[in-house]
Design a protein around this ligand. Structure first.
Ligand code: C2E
Ligand code: CA
Ligand code: CA
Length: 742
């Protein structure tokens, strides 16, 4: 598109050209030029009529300083001050010149209209007027050019103005789009409430969040109708406070949309104050539903156990504290159960961790199913769970759920085609009956749990003060034994095992004795519970193995016929890996053989572990050449099928069956049966607790191969064994005489 200013310039040039041509015709001169000296350029008529271009120099004949509006004429340039001018002396050899100023305003010449010719000539009055008229036409042309230029500027200005406005509108539209996108992206909308008229404005996003058609007329009541009852009051109160304090408010609240979707929104508002009065409230409303959801998810992850999805220890403590607070305020009761799965380690060892995990999940499910939704079941870690029970009246009201849980947990769990037994022990304590604060209640439940476990596992126990006394007593015992071990006040005493047929000494049983600084050597009866403590029972076991093999080593070196020595092993020693290696190293260190050893295992120890695992340990002992005795036979749950399954060399009939033999018929029947059974299985038998000659006679009559008891010799210190061995044959003879007389 051509610029309109070029058009007007061309028009001016045309006009000047036409004036120049007209002047040449009218005044019959070859040269005529109309020119303006603009601030920026010289406007000239373009054509001269001759082949010269004297245009700029021509105006040098014109004197701008001369009186305005006057035609200046020079009849013969040769007679003027321009006589030596190149246009006069050379080129067109000009002689005549006439010029008139071109003035827009009088006194302000803008240029001139000049005529020139090669002949000297005069210039009359009429001609001067005509020249002035032509000049006036040139000025008009300039004027109209100027006017159109001005118009053009104005048009341009206006056009520019329009462009600006258009730009501003575009900009505004763009900003609106940006705001809209931002609103959608951030799920945040703006609102404005005119407090004087009560009229409320929502931006589009608030309509979208509320699921209301955009643009629908709204009122504050309508806006508040999206909030649940009690929230509505809170929002209204927050607004009132902001208005009264000329301040702001900031709340998070649930919102139910027009389509009944539940959301969370964050609303902020600020009062606009005019003359000390709040006139408007302006603010934003943000949909924070997904934020709340991820917050909730994070919270869930931080407070739950990943394996079972039960609350973890942190959440459990929180719930317990809250339950106790509530119970304190409303005078009600809270029960706390601590649950321990007894055989998780075995299951993990034997069936792998996946099976272990499956058992934990199954037990977690059973715990959850056995309780109401208001109760809490938590996994405290490993094989430990906890239950918080609320809403019951009496402590014994929990007996029923306690029993139900125990029964559910003690049923076998099926994993990958195996039925796994994973017994649970439960300890329970009740607020406020047993303790009042969380830590103490936990301790009480823990004591009850300990009681349940020591009572034989797969049991539940309710806390009682007696349990605490028992526990305190147990702590004292542990401390006593620990110091006895540390001070070397633990040693084996030896009780002989005798052939009831011949009186020959088969060997000895090493029995633990600990020395009390005031009352001397004590049997283990009062400290038997230490064998339930893993650390201490291992320490005692190691100590006994070390002391007994040292004693045996000395006797062996002295050539004493001490036979075999039986060592009792506790559950933890039996479970500890490397038992055979440790025993072998101990005997070899004292120049002995493994065949010098008998290991006495009780049925309880055997059955504390998977029978297959126990069998493997026993087989290892037997392969090493160690004799295996099944101790306290008849008191536990070892069945005949076990006897066939496990490698055992001899049975030790528990001393309780010796009581009132032969008067008590049931004991007579049992002892006879065991002796018969052992005989048919090719096992040796030791009758324990022989105290009387009558018992001895009876056992000999039954054909019981071996015996042990106070009648022969109570356990004695190692130092007395050599003398005992020496004196034994004579004592046996004397015993035989007594037995025969009885
Ligand atoms: P146990 O293995 O059945 O040991 C036999 C117990 O019977 C011993 O009691 C012994 O002194 C006692 N006794 C022997 N003859 C008679 C008798 O004629 N009449 C009566 N009433 N009792 C008799 P002790 O030494 O008090 O040991 C008790 C239990 O302590 C043992 O029973 C054994 O289970 C355990 N024990 C002893 N020493 C150790 C040990 O070094 N390690 C482990 N783990 N347990 C041990
Ligand atoms: Ca024993
Ligand atoms: Ca025994």
């Amino acid at each position: 598109m051509q610029d309109s200013s070029v058009l007007t310039e061309a028009t001016l040039k045309d006009a000047l050209d036409r004036i120049g041509a007209f002047a040449r015709d009218v005044f019959d001169v070859p040269l005529a030029v109309a020119g303006f000296l603009d601030c920026q350029r010289i406007w000239l008529s373009s054509r001269w009529g001759v082949d010269v271009d004297p245009s700029p120099p021509l105006s040098t004949f014109f004197d701008p300083a001369a009186a305005t509006q006057q035609v200046q004429t020079i009849e013969d340039l040769r007679q003027s001050r321009f006589a030596d001018h190149p246009l006069v002396t050379g080129g067109p050899r000009l002689r005549f010149y006439a010029g008139v100023p071109l003035e827009l305003k009088p006194g302000f010449p803008m240029g001139n209209l000049s005529l020139a010719g090669p002949e000297p000539r005069g210039f009359g009055e009429r001609e001067a007027v005509q020249l002035q008229r032509l000049a006036a036409m040139a000025v008009d042309a300039l004027r109209s050019q100027r006017a159109s230029a001005r118009l053009e500027v104005e048009i341009r200005r206006r056009r520019l103005g329009r462009v600006d406005l258009w730009r501003q509108r575009r900009q505004l539209r763009r900003q609106n789009v940006m705001i809209d996108l931002t609103e959608r992206m951030a799920h945040v909308g703006g609102w404005d409430l005119d407090l004087q008229t009560g009229s409320l404005f929502w931006s589009d996003e608030i309509y979208r969040i509320s699921e209301v058609p955009i643009g629908r007329a709204i009122t504050t009541d309508f806006a508040l109708s999206f909030y649940p009852g009690e929230e509505r009051g809170k929002i209204a109160a927050a607004i009132d406070r902001a208005v009264a304090s000329l301040g702001s408010f900031d709340i998070q609240t649930p919102l139910v949309t027009a389509n009944n979707t539940r959301r969370w929104v964050h609303i902020r508002g600020e009062a606009e104050v005019v003359g000390g009065v709040a006139t408007r409230l302006t603010g934003v409303l943000q949909d924070i539903t997904s934020h709340k959801a991820s917050e909730a998810q994070l919270w869930h992850v931080a407070n739950h156990d990943t394996l079972t999805n039960l609350p973890n220890r942190a959440l459990f403590h929180d719930r317990l504290a809250k339950a106790l607070q509530y119970a304190e305020r409303h005078s009600c009761t809270v029960a706390l159960f601590l649950v321990n799965l007894d055989r998780m380690k075995d299951i993990n060892d034997s069936f792998g961790h996946d099976a272990g995990d499956a058992v934990l999940r199954a037990q977690a499910l059973r715990l959850n199913e056995g309780l109401r939704a208001s109760d809490t079941v938590a996994r405290l870690g490993g094989d430990e769970f906890a239950v918080i029970l609320t809403g019951f009246q009496q402590p014994h009201d929990v007996d029923q759920p306690l029993g139900r849980l125990l029964a559910a947990l003690n049923a076998p769990v099926e994993v990958g085609g195996h039925l796994l037994i994973c017994h649970a022990s439960i300890g329970a304590a009740v607020f406020p009956d047993h303790e009042r604060d969380a830590a103490a209640l936990l301790k009480a439940a823990d004591l009850a749990l300990y009681r349940a476990k020591t009572g034989g596992r797969a049991r539940a126990a309710m806390f009682s003060p007696a349990i605490r006394l028992e526990r305190d007593h147990q702590m004292t015992i542990l401390a006593t034994v620990r110091s006895a071990v540390a001070d070397g006040r633990v040693e084996p005493f030896y009780q002989p095992i005798i052939s009831l047929k011949t009186g020959v000494i088969h060997g000895f049983e090493a029995l633990l004795r600990w020395r009390d600084p005031t009352s001397g050597f004590q049997p283990p009866g009062s400290i038997m519970s230490v064998f339930d403590d893993p650390d201490l029972s291992l320490m005692l076991g190691d100590c006994m193995v070390e002391r007994a093999t040292a004693d045996m080593g000395r006797w062996h070196a002295a050539g004493l016929p001490f036979g075999r020595v039986g060592l009792n092993v506790s559950e933890f020693e039996f479970r500890r890996t490397g038992l055979v290696t440790r025993l072998r190293q101990a005997v070899e260190a004292h120049g002995l053989k493994t065949s010098h050893l008998v290991i006495e295992v009780t049925e309880t120890v055997l059955l504390s572990k998977d029978i297959a695992v126990a069998e493997a340990v026993l087989q290892g002992l037997r392969d090493a050449g160690i004799t295996i005795a099944l101790d306290d036979f008849g008191t536990g749950h070892a069945s005949l099928s076990h006897l066939q399954q496990i490698p055992v060399d001899l049975l030790k009939v528990d001393s309780s069956f010796m009581r009132d033999i032969p008067a008590r018929h049931d004991n007579v029947a049992i002892v006879s049966a065991v002796i018969g059974l052992a005989d048919s299985l090719g096992l040796d038998v030791v009758a324990e607790g022989i105290e009387t000659a009558e018992q001895l006679r009876f056992l000999r009559a039954l054909g019981c191969p071996r015996g042990q008891g106070f009648l022969f010799q109570p356990a004695m210190p190692a130092s007395e064994v050599p003398a005992f061995l020496d004196a034994w044959p004579r004592r046996w003879e004397a015993l035989m005489r007594i037995a025969a007389a009885a």
